[in-house]
Design a protein around this ligand. Sequence first.
Ligand code: SF4
Ligand code: SF4
Length: 102
Amino acid sequence: MATRDAAELLGDPAITTVYAAEKRVHLDPTIVDYVNIRWVDEWCKRCNICVEICPKDSLLLTHDAIIEATDCIRCGLCERYCPDLAIEVLPKRDEAASTGRA
Ligand code: SF4
Ligand code: SF4
């Protein structure tokens, strides 16, 4: 009876293809800190909800990024309504210093 070696029985070794999108998951997101707002580029899907919900028109979606303009009253609505946790209100600078959170 003919014998078969392991390679013949098992076939070619499996090849795992890592696609570019999977590689990107492991990269640190791009965090942008403005005066009152923190925005995370990769988590944001540019839905414009934060821009529309802001009572002071403080946010702009321009050049493919969310920008904090003026007059933010730190009400937190943008953070609460963002579906992707891509925007948050930063602690006030004196609070950040006392809590150690930057
Ligand atoms: S915290 Fe309130 S005022 Fe400030 S950007 Fe968000 S929604 Fe606008
Ligand atoms: S609500 Fe969130 S996901 Fe939508 S544009 Fe604003 S930051 Fe981006």
